[in-house]
Design a protein around this ligand. Structure first.
Ligand code: SAH
Ligand code: SF4
Length: 354
Protein backbone atom coordinates (compact mmCIF):
# COMPACT_ATOMS: atom_id res chain seq x y z
CA UNK A 1 0.00 0.00 0.00
CA UNK A 2 1.41 3.38 -1.00
CA UNK A 3 1.49 5.75 1.98
CA UNK A 4 1.40 9.21 0.50
CA UNK A 5 1.26 12.58 2.25
CA UNK A 6 0.35 14.58 -0.85
CA UNK A 7 -3.29 13.56 -0.97
CA UNK A 8 -5.94 12.42 1.46
CA UNK A 9 -6.70 8.75 1.10
CA UNK A 10 -8.57 6.13 3.04
CA UNK A 11 -6.35 3.30 4.23
CA UNK A 12 -7.44 -0.26 4.92
CA UNK A 13 -6.20 -0.34 8.52
CA UNK A 14 -5.92 -4.10 9.03
CA UNK A 15 -3.91 -4.46 5.82
CA UNK A 16 -1.17 -2.06 6.95
CA UNK A 17 2.24 -3.39 7.92
CA UNK A 18 4.05 -1.90 10.92
CA UNK A 19 6.29 0.17 8.63
CA UNK A 20 3.21 1.50 6.85
CA UNK A 21 1.60 2.51 10.16
CA UNK A 22 4.78 4.33 11.14
CA UNK A 23 4.89 6.15 7.82
CA UNK A 24 1.22 7.11 7.99
CA UNK A 25 1.43 8.34 11.55
CA UNK A 26 4.71 10.24 11.21
CA UNK A 27 4.83 11.45 7.61
CA UNK A 28 1.17 11.93 6.79
CA UNK A 29 -0.45 12.70 10.12
CA UNK A 30 2.64 14.43 11.60
CA UNK A 31 2.32 12.66 14.92
CA UNK A 32 5.11 11.18 17.06
CA UNK A 33 6.24 7.63 16.27
CA UNK A 34 4.97 6.07 19.48
CA UNK A 35 1.41 6.83 18.36
CA UNK A 36 1.75 4.03 15.81
CA UNK A 37 2.58 1.64 18.65
CA UNK A 38 -0.45 2.84 20.59
CA UNK A 39 -2.78 2.30 17.65
CA UNK A 40 -1.33 -1.18 17.07
CA UNK A 41 -1.75 -1.90 20.78
CA UNK A 42 -5.47 -1.19 20.56
CA UNK A 43 -6.03 -3.24 17.44
CA UNK A 44 -3.74 -6.23 17.91
CA UNK A 45 -3.47 -6.60 21.68
CA UNK A 46 -6.83 -5.30 22.88
CA UNK A 47 -8.86 -6.13 19.73
CA UNK A 48 -10.50 -2.74 19.84
CA UNK A 49 -11.54 -1.79 16.33
CA UNK A 50 -13.62 1.29 17.13
CA UNK A 51 -11.32 4.30 16.91
CA UNK A 52 -13.61 6.35 19.21
CA UNK A 53 -12.67 3.95 22.01
CA UNK A 54 -8.91 4.47 21.64
CA UNK A 55 -8.86 6.78 24.63
CA UNK A 56 -5.13 7.40 24.98
CA UNK A 57 -4.99 9.04 21.53
CA UNK A 58 -5.69 12.72 21.08
CA UNK A 59 -9.04 13.74 19.65
CA UNK A 60 -7.28 15.04 16.52
CA UNK A 61 -5.58 11.71 15.91
CA UNK A 62 -8.76 9.77 16.56
CA UNK A 63 -10.53 11.94 13.99
CA UNK A 64 -7.79 11.27 11.45
CA UNK A 65 -8.07 7.57 12.10
CA UNK A 66 -11.82 7.70 11.69
CA UNK A 67 -11.77 9.70 8.47
CA UNK A 68 -8.66 8.36 6.80
CA UNK A 69 -8.51 4.74 7.84
CA UNK A 70 -11.15 2.08 7.74
CA UNK A 71 -11.08 -0.97 9.98
CA UNK A 72 -12.84 -3.36 7.62
CA UNK A 73 -13.71 -6.11 9.98
CA UNK A 74 -15.57 -9.15 8.57
CA UNK A 75 -19.20 -9.43 9.70
CA UNK A 76 -20.10 -12.59 11.58
CA UNK A 77 -23.00 -14.34 9.88
CA UNK A 78 -22.96 -17.51 11.91
CA UNK A 79 -21.10 -19.29 14.70
CA UNK A 80 -21.48 -23.08 14.96
CA UNK A 81 -20.27 -25.06 17.94
CA UNK A 82 -19.32 -28.70 17.70
CA UNK A 83 -19.78 -31.32 20.42
CA UNK A 84 -15.99 -31.46 20.70
CA UNK A 85 -15.63 -27.73 21.34
CA UNK A 86 -14.57 -26.78 17.81
CA UNK A 87 -16.16 -23.56 16.60
CA UNK A 88 -16.77 -22.57 13.01
CA UNK A 89 -17.38 -19.01 11.90
CA UNK A 90 -18.99 -17.85 8.71
CA UNK A 91 -17.98 -14.29 7.84
CA UNK A 92 -19.20 -11.89 5.24
CA UNK A 93 -16.72 -9.54 3.62
CA UNK A 94 -17.21 -6.03 2.29
CA UNK A 95 -18.19 -7.21 -1.20
CA UNK A 96 -20.60 -9.86 0.09
CA UNK A 97 -18.17 -12.81 -0.34
CA UNK A 98 -18.37 -15.36 2.41
CA UNK A 99 -15.55 -17.26 4.03
CA UNK A 100 -15.13 -19.58 6.98
CA UNK A 101 -12.63 -19.99 9.80
CA UNK A 102 -12.34 -22.63 12.48
CA UNK A 103 -11.21 -22.40 16.09
CA UNK A 104 -9.85 -25.66 17.49
CA UNK A 105 -9.54 -26.04 21.23
CA UNK A 106 -6.97 -28.62 22.32
CA UNK A 107 -6.13 -29.56 25.90
CA UNK A 108 -3.43 -26.96 26.37
CA UNK A 109 -3.52 -24.79 23.27
CA UNK A 110 -5.86 -23.28 20.73
CA UNK A 111 -5.42 -23.14 16.97
CA UNK A 112 -7.08 -20.84 14.47
CA UNK A 113 -7.58 -22.30 11.01
CA UNK A 114 -8.01 -19.39 8.64
CA UNK A 115 -8.89 -18.85 4.98
CA UNK A 116 -6.65 -17.16 2.44
CA UNK A 117 -9.05 -17.03 -0.51
CA UNK A 118 -12.82 -16.95 -0.98
CA UNK A 119 -13.13 -20.37 -2.63
CA UNK A 120 -10.14 -21.99 -4.32
CA UNK A 121 -9.19 -22.28 -8.00
CA UNK A 122 -7.35 -25.58 -7.64
CA UNK A 123 -10.36 -27.93 -7.63
CA UNK A 124 -8.95 -30.95 -5.79
CA UNK A 125 -11.32 -33.87 -6.24
CA UNK A 126 -11.83 -34.48 -2.52
CA UNK A 127 -12.23 -30.93 -1.21
CA UNK A 128 -15.47 -29.02 -0.68
CA UNK A 129 -13.76 -25.64 -1.08
CA UNK A 130 -12.23 -26.60 -4.42
CA UNK A 131 -15.49 -28.03 -5.68
CA UNK A 132 -17.35 -24.85 -4.80
CA UNK A 133 -15.13 -22.75 -7.10
CA UNK A 134 -13.04 -19.62 -6.74
CA UNK A 135 -14.26 -16.11 -5.98
CA UNK A 136 -11.21 -14.00 -5.12
CA UNK A 137 -8.06 -13.59 -3.04
CA UNK A 138 -8.47 -12.17 0.46
CA UNK A 139 -6.69 -8.97 1.46
CA UNK A 140 -4.09 -9.12 4.23
CA UNK A 141 -6.63 -7.36 6.46
CA UNK A 142 -9.31 -9.95 5.78
CA UNK A 143 -6.85 -12.70 6.69
CA UNK A 144 -5.68 -11.02 9.91
CA UNK A 145 -9.27 -9.98 10.70
CA UNK A 146 -10.45 -13.61 10.98
CA UNK A 147 -7.76 -14.29 13.56
CA UNK A 148 -8.37 -11.14 15.62
CA UNK A 149 -12.12 -11.65 15.68
CA UNK A 150 -11.76 -15.22 16.88
CA UNK A 151 -9.41 -14.07 19.64
CA UNK A 152 -11.94 -11.42 20.58
CA UNK A 153 -14.73 -14.02 20.71
CA UNK A 154 -12.53 -16.42 22.70
CA UNK A 155 -11.49 -13.73 25.18
CA UNK A 156 -7.88 -14.91 25.31
CA UNK A 157 -4.89 -15.39 23.05
CA UNK A 158 -4.92 -18.05 20.37
CA UNK A 159 -1.59 -19.91 20.31
CA UNK A 160 -1.31 -21.11 16.73
CA UNK A 161 -2.52 -20.18 13.31
CA UNK A 162 -2.74 -22.53 10.35
CA UNK A 163 -3.51 -21.50 6.78
CA UNK A 164 -5.69 -24.55 6.25
CA UNK A 165 -9.08 -22.95 5.74
CA UNK A 166 -10.47 -22.05 2.34
CA UNK A 167 -8.06 -21.38 -0.47
CA UNK A 168 -4.47 -21.99 -1.53
CA UNK A 169 -2.32 -19.57 0.49
CA UNK A 170 0.64 -19.69 -1.91
CA UNK A 171 -1.56 -18.52 -4.79
CA UNK A 172 -2.23 -15.38 -2.73
CA UNK A 173 1.34 -15.09 -1.49
CA UNK A 174 1.68 -11.31 -1.33
CA UNK A 175 -1.29 -10.86 1.01
CA UNK A 176 -0.58 -14.04 2.95
CA UNK A 177 3.05 -13.00 3.56
CA UNK A 178 1.90 -9.55 4.59
CA UNK A 179 -0.61 -11.02 7.06
CA UNK A 180 2.15 -13.21 8.50
CA UNK A 181 4.30 -10.10 8.97
CA UNK A 182 1.46 -8.43 10.87
CA UNK A 183 0.73 -11.46 13.06
CA UNK A 184 4.43 -11.88 13.79
CA UNK A 185 5.59 -8.29 14.37
CA UNK A 186 6.50 -7.62 18.03
CA UNK A 187 4.56 -4.34 18.03
CA UNK A 188 1.56 -5.95 16.40
CA UNK A 189 0.24 -9.40 17.30
CA UNK A 190 3.68 -10.79 18.21
CA UNK A 191 2.94 -14.40 17.32
CA UNK A 192 6.12 -16.47 16.82
CA UNK A 193 6.85 -17.85 13.35
CA UNK A 194 6.93 -21.39 14.73
CA UNK A 195 3.29 -20.94 15.68
CA UNK A 196 2.32 -20.13 12.12
CA UNK A 197 1.85 -22.91 9.55
CA UNK A 198 1.26 -22.49 5.85
CA UNK A 199 -0.36 -25.46 4.17
CA UNK A 200 0.03 -25.82 0.42
CA UNK A 201 -1.15 -28.20 -2.23
CA UNK A 202 2.27 -27.81 -3.84
CA UNK A 203 2.68 -24.37 -5.42
CA UNK A 204 6.42 -24.71 -6.00
CA UNK A 205 7.50 -21.04 -6.49
CA UNK A 206 5.52 -20.11 -3.36
CA UNK A 207 7.35 -22.74 -1.29
CA UNK A 208 10.68 -21.28 -2.39
CA UNK A 209 9.52 -17.76 -1.53
CA UNK A 210 8.31 -18.97 1.86
CA UNK A 211 11.73 -20.52 2.50
CA UNK A 212 13.34 -17.14 1.75
CA UNK A 213 10.76 -15.09 3.68
CA UNK A 214 12.03 -13.04 6.61
CA UNK A 215 9.69 -14.73 9.10
CA UNK A 216 10.54 -18.44 9.30
CA UNK A 217 7.19 -20.23 9.45
CA UNK A 218 6.25 -23.88 9.34
CA UNK A 219 5.34 -25.65 6.13
CA UNK A 220 2.78 -28.32 5.59
CA UNK A 221 2.51 -30.01 2.19
CA UNK A 222 -0.71 -31.72 1.09
CA UNK A 223 0.70 -34.72 -0.75
CA UNK A 224 -2.10 -37.30 -0.91
CA UNK A 225 -0.35 -39.38 -3.59
CA UNK A 226 3.30 -40.41 -4.09
CA UNK A 227 3.30 -40.63 -7.90
CA UNK A 228 2.35 -38.18 -10.64
CA UNK A 229 -0.24 -40.41 -12.32
CA UNK A 230 -2.37 -40.67 -9.18
CA UNK A 231 -1.70 -37.15 -7.97
CA UNK A 232 -2.71 -35.69 -11.36
CA UNK A 233 -6.10 -37.33 -10.94
CA UNK A 234 -6.66 -36.03 -7.42
CA UNK A 235 -5.00 -32.63 -7.59
CA UNK A 236 -4.93 -30.66 -10.84
CA UNK A 237 -2.10 -28.50 -9.41
CA UNK A 238 0.23 -31.46 -9.95
CA UNK A 239 -0.03 -31.08 -13.72
CA UNK A 240 1.60 -27.67 -13.32
CA UNK A 241 4.13 -28.58 -10.61
CA UNK A 242 5.26 -32.20 -10.76
CA UNK A 243 6.20 -34.23 -7.70
CA UNK A 244 9.88 -34.01 -8.63
CA UNK A 245 9.77 -30.20 -8.57
CA UNK A 246 7.73 -30.27 -5.36
CA UNK A 247 10.25 -32.47 -3.59
CA UNK A 248 13.08 -30.25 -4.77
CA UNK A 249 11.29 -27.18 -3.34
CA UNK A 250 10.77 -29.04 -0.06
CA UNK A 251 14.48 -29.79 0.12
CA UNK A 252 15.21 -26.13 -0.46
CA UNK A 253 12.82 -25.11 2.35
CA UNK A 254 14.39 -27.65 4.69
CA UNK A 255 17.90 -26.39 3.92
CA UNK A 256 17.00 -22.74 4.34
CA UNK A 257 14.92 -23.02 7.51
CA UNK A 258 16.04 -26.25 9.15
CA UNK A 259 12.36 -26.85 9.98
CA UNK A 260 10.72 -30.20 9.74
CA UNK A 261 8.01 -30.37 7.08
CA UNK A 262 4.62 -31.91 7.75
CA UNK A 263 3.00 -34.01 5.05
CA UNK A 264 -0.78 -34.19 4.89
CA UNK A 265 -2.11 -37.41 3.43
CA UNK A 266 -5.89 -37.74 3.14
CA UNK A 267 -6.71 -41.43 2.99
CA UNK A 268 -9.47 -42.21 0.50
CA UNK A 269 -10.96 -45.66 0.21
CA UNK A 270 -9.62 -47.63 -2.74
CA UNK A 271 -7.95 -44.54 -4.19
CA UNK A 272 -4.71 -43.87 -2.29
CA UNK A 273 -4.88 -46.20 0.71
CA UNK A 274 -2.89 -49.14 -0.67
CA UNK A 275 0.02 -49.85 1.75
CA UNK A 276 2.23 -50.11 -1.33
CA UNK A 277 1.80 -46.35 -1.73
CA UNK A 278 3.30 -45.86 1.72
CA UNK A 279 6.50 -47.48 0.39
CA UNK A 280 6.40 -45.24 -2.65
CA UNK A 281 5.98 -42.21 -0.42
CA UNK A 282 8.95 -43.24 1.72
CA UNK A 283 11.13 -43.54 -1.38
CA UNK A 284 9.93 -40.21 -2.75
CA UNK A 285 10.58 -38.31 0.48
CA UNK A 286 13.77 -40.11 1.39
CA UNK A 287 16.12 -38.00 3.52
CA UNK A 288 13.63 -35.20 4.14
CA UNK A 289 12.77 -36.30 7.69
CA UNK A 290 9.09 -35.41 7.35
CA UNK A 291 6.25 -35.90 9.82
CA UNK A 292 3.10 -37.35 8.26
CA UNK A 293 -0.46 -36.51 9.21
CA UNK A 294 -2.72 -39.28 8.00
CA UNK A 295 -6.22 -37.81 7.65
CA UNK A 296 -9.03 -40.26 7.05
CA UNK A 297 -11.16 -38.62 4.34
CA UNK A 298 -13.95 -36.40 5.65
CA UNK A 299 -17.13 -36.66 3.64
CA UNK A 300 -18.03 -33.34 2.06
CA UNK A 301 -21.45 -31.72 2.19
CA UNK A 302 -23.62 -33.46 -0.39
CA UNK A 303 -25.38 -30.15 -1.05
CA UNK A 304 -22.05 -28.77 -2.27
CA UNK A 305 -21.34 -31.86 -4.30
CA UNK A 306 -21.22 -35.54 -3.66
CA UNK A 307 -17.62 -36.42 -4.49
CA UNK A 308 -18.40 -40.13 -4.56
CA UNK A 309 -15.32 -40.68 -2.39
CA UNK A 310 -15.31 -42.62 0.86
CA UNK A 311 -13.30 -42.97 4.02
CA UNK A 312 -11.49 -46.32 4.25
CA UNK A 313 -12.53 -48.86 6.86
CA UNK A 314 -10.46 -48.86 10.07
CA UNK A 315 -8.57 -52.00 8.99
CA UNK A 316 -7.39 -50.27 5.80
CA UNK A 317 -6.31 -47.20 7.74
CA UNK A 318 -4.36 -49.46 10.11
CA UNK A 319 -2.73 -51.35 7.25
CA UNK A 320 -1.52 -48.12 5.67
CA UNK A 321 -0.22 -46.87 9.01
CA UNK A 322 1.60 -50.09 9.83
CA UNK A 323 3.42 -49.78 6.53
CA UNK A 324 4.53 -46.29 7.65
CA UNK A 325 5.65 -47.69 11.00
CA UNK A 326 7.64 -50.38 9.22
CA UNK A 327 9.34 -47.67 7.18
CA UNK A 328 10.19 -45.68 10.32
CA UNK A 329 8.19 -42.71 9.09
CA UNK A 330 6.83 -40.67 11.98
CA UNK A 331 3.12 -40.09 11.67
CA UNK A 332 -0.12 -39.52 13.49
CA UNK A 333 -3.67 -40.18 12.46
CA UNK A 334 -5.52 -36.89 12.57
CA UNK A 335 -9.04 -37.63 13.61
CA UNK A 336 -11.55 -35.11 12.46
CA UNK A 337 -12.57 -32.28 14.72
CA UNK A 338 -15.83 -30.47 14.20
CA UNK A 339 -17.15 -32.90 11.56
CA UNK A 340 -20.68 -32.56 12.99
CA UNK A 341 -20.68 -28.89 11.98
CA UNK A 342 -18.75 -29.49 8.70
CA UNK A 343 -15.68 -27.79 10.13
CA UNK A 344 -13.20 -30.61 9.57
CA UNK A 345 -10.43 -30.50 6.94
CA UNK A 346 -11.79 -30.09 3.45
CA UNK A 347 -15.37 -29.45 4.52
CA UNK A 348 -15.33 -25.65 4.34
CA UNK A 349 -17.32 -24.25 1.48
CA UNK A 350 -18.47 -20.90 2.80
CA UNK A 351 -22.02 -21.87 2.12
CA UNK A 352 -23.16 -22.62 5.68
CA UNK A 353 -26.81 -21.78 5.73
CA UNK A 354 -27.82 -18.74 7.75
N1 SAH B 1 -5.05 -25.26 -0.04
C1 SAH B 1 -4.22 -25.67 0.99
C2 SAH B 1 -4.74 -25.36 2.38
C3 SAH B 1 -6.19 -25.67 2.68
S1 SAH B 1 -6.76 -27.33 2.68
C4 SAH B 1 -3.90 -27.16 0.87
O1 SAH B 1 -4.54 -27.83 0.10
O2 SAH B 1 -2.98 -27.60 1.57
C5 SAH B 1 -6.35 -28.01 4.25
C6 SAH B 1 -6.15 -29.54 4.25
O3 SAH B 1 -7.39 -30.27 4.19
C7 SAH B 1 -5.31 -30.02 3.10
O4 SAH B 1 -4.34 -30.91 3.52
C8 SAH B 1 -6.36 -30.71 2.25
O5 SAH B 1 -5.79 -31.61 1.39
C9 SAH B 1 -7.24 -31.34 3.30
N2 SAH B 1 -8.55 -31.80 2.79
C10 SAH B 1 -9.23 -31.32 1.73
N3 SAH B 1 -10.39 -32.01 1.57
C11 SAH B 1 -10.42 -32.94 2.54
C12 SAH B 1 -11.38 -33.94 2.92
N4 SAH B 1 -12.53 -34.08 2.27
N5 SAH B 1 -11.09 -34.72 3.99
C13 SAH B 1 -9.94 -34.56 4.69
N6 SAH B 1 -9.03 -33.62 4.40
C14 SAH B 1 -9.26 -32.82 3.33
FE1 SF4 C 1 -7.80 -25.72 -2.78
FE2 SF4 C 1 -6.47 -26.95 -0.80
FE3 SF4 C 1 -9.03 -27.58 -1.32
FE4 SF4 C 1 -7.13 -28.28 -3.05
S1 SF4 C 1 -7.35 -29.00 -0.92
S2 SF4 C 1 -9.10 -27.36 -3.59
S3 SF4 C 1 -5.74 -26.56 -2.92
S4 SF4 C 1 -8.28 -25.63 -0.60
Amino acid sequence: MEIDSTETKTYDALSLSYEEWRKLVVEVWKEPRFRADQICGWIYAKKVFDCHAMTNLSKTLRDKLIYESLVKIPIQIKESKSKDGTRKYLWQLEDGSRIESVLLDHANHTTACISSQAGCPLACAFCATGQAGYVRDLTAGEIVGQFLLMEQRLGRDINNVVFMGMGEPLLNDVNVFKSIGVLNHPKMRNLGGRHITVSTSGVVPGIRDLADFEVPVRLSVSLHAPNDALRNKLMPVNKRYSLASLVEAMRYYKERTGERITIEYVLIDGVNDDPQLAFEMAALLDGLGVYVNVIPYNPIDASVMGSGLKRPAEARIKAFCSALTGLSIEFEIRREKGADILAACGQLAGTARV
